[in-house]
Design a protein around this ligand. Structure first.
Ligand SMILES: [Zn+2]
Length: 474
């Protein structure tokens, strides 16, 4: 074999199947060879990974990098620096920016902002909105990684589409084949309960939880799955937080619905108990932190595959936006890109997760869900040379100082962790070493999804088909 650009030697590779010592050769940004050191070709550069474990770079399918429009909270440079610091080499950005990513022009604007600033590779979701249905196909052609549907309110206060528009939108995306991430909370339930709580003078942290009960998640999820079942739309259920959601997802999968699901560290590691403490209102997030009884079922769902992956829902706001006395005045969302991997490594150290679970839940399954596998998410020949090099034995404490996100705080402040990200590589280039960002802005590239062929169900019953027929089928 001719010379390669880089050989990483001395490290221990972690895949969903095995943990093994090997060297990795990289050529033109891709993995060229994995094997014994004495088989490695001559390399222009060598990287010593002695004492480190090498994971496929993490693929976070749920981040809010806030640009355009809210760059005081985060932008593509700060948000992807946080990603690189956390071993995350691919981020998929949500469309609730200003303007929302609901038109081809807005998508193109976001992708060019990202291309100029990103340290890691990226994709951008387009919004499935009441008035964007006619543009979904053009949004796909313009490079959307998938779609996002808000069934309940969140940052940006985007209008929630009607059920009719959701069903029609699903008919369209079933034909397009891209996956639609769903924020499954019933907007009507939330609006009424929040108004009633406010009118009663409640503004304590747990009033937020009361305004968004578990049944709001369960009902919206059931509705989205029913629409997916009849149309063949591919769904991704964002931030599953409640035990009652799990049987619905399990049944839909058993029924052949192409649905993936995520949960987030905040639902696995924090509970509503934490909102009782002083300052608890800054833990306001949607869906809310829930009763402790939800946690064990969520962990089990990760092991058995009902929940496919872990994402951060990195949703930065400034400390001043999180510190209002009334919970209703605190912005919703938590930062998480930099703390994800240390927190999960700690769970590995404590025996709650196997080391081999990490690449499955944070790289392989996320990239598969969005048509990026095996370009992303794999330690395989031909895959992009995206790596998180971690030290399993480095203990520490999570603290906001030193974080790259503009959020300036973390819900995990003071938490002891076992395991640290030592180095991050994106397409063969070191972008972070020992907490320092050393890759240039603009190294990150836009990703195009390669989804399996669309598999619409009942296309003869879909609105566009029906509208042009003389005799309506039944
Ligand atoms: Zn989100």
């Amino acid at each position: 074999m001719s010379a390669v650009d880089l050989v990483i030697h001395g490290g221990t590779l972690v895949t969903p199947e095995a943990v093994f010592r090997a060297s990795i050769a990289v050529r033109e940004g891709r993995i060229a060879l994995i094997g014994a050191e004495d088989l490695m070709p001559k390399a222009a550069a060598r990287l010593d990974a002695q004492g480190l474990h090498i994971l496929p770079g993490l693929v976070d399918v749920h981040v809010h990098l806030r640009e355009p429009g809210m760059t005081a909270k985060e932008d593509w440079a700060s948000g992807t620096a946080a990603a690189a610091a956390g071993g995350v080499t691919t981020v998929l950005d949500m469309p609730n920016t200003v303007p929302p990513t609901a038109s081809v022009a807005a998508l193109q604007q976001k992708l060019s902002l990202a291309a100029a600033k990103a340290h890691v590779d990226f994709g951008a979701y387009a919004l499935l909105a009441e008035d964007s249905l006619a543009q979904l196909e053009a949004l796909k052609d313009a490079g959307a990684i998938g779609f996002k549907l808000y069934m309940g309110s969140s940052t940006g206060d985007l209008p929630i589409p009607s059920d009719g528009a959701i069903l029609e939108g699903f008919e369209t995306i079933a034909r397009l084949g891209l996956r639609c991430a769903v924020h499954a909370e019933n907007g009507g339930v939330i609006a009424r309960r929040e108004a009633r709580l406010k009118a009663a003078g409640r503004a304590d942290a747990l009033a937020h939880l009361a305004s968004r009960p578990e049944v709001a998640e369960e009902e919206a999820l059931a509705r989205a799955l029913a629409f997916a079942r009849v149309t063949g739309a591919r769904l991704h259920i964002a931030h599953v937080s409640a035990e009652r959601s799990l049987p619905l997802i399990r049944a839909a999968k058993a029924d052949g619905v192409d649905v993936t699901a995520e949960t987030c560290p905040q639902y696995l590691l924090l509970t509503a108990e934490a909102m009782r403490a002083s300052g608890g209102q800054r833990l306001r997030v949607n869906p809310p932190l829930r009763a402790p009884r939800n946690q064990d079922p969520l962990w089990r769902a990760l092991t058995e595959g009902t929940v496919d992956l872990i994402a951060t829902d990195h949703a930065p706001h400034l400390p001043v936006e999180k510190s209002a006395a009334r919970v209703w005045d605190c912005a919703c969302g938590l930062p998480g890109l930099e703390t994800l991997l240390p927190l999960l490594l700690t769970e590995v150290a404590e025996g709650r997760l196997a080391l081999t679970d990490l690449p499955r839940l944070t790289a392989q399954n996320p990239s598969r869900a969005f048509g990026l596998y095996p370009q992303k998410g794999a330690l395989s020949i031909g895959s992009d040379a995206d790596f998180a090099l971690v030290d399993l034995n480095r203990s520490g404490q999570i603290t906001a100082s030193g974080l790259k996100t503009r959020a300036g705080w973390t819900p995990f402040e003071g938490r002891a962790v076992m395991g640290a990200v030592a180095m991050t590589l994106v397409r063969g280039r070191v972008v972070m070493r020992d907490g320092e960002i050393i890759g240039p802005k603009g190294w990150g590239q836009a990703l195009r999804p390669a989804m399996p062929n669309p598999a619409p169900r009942n296309p003869q019953l879909a609105l566009p088909a029906i509208l042009s027929l003389d005799n309506i089928p039944f």
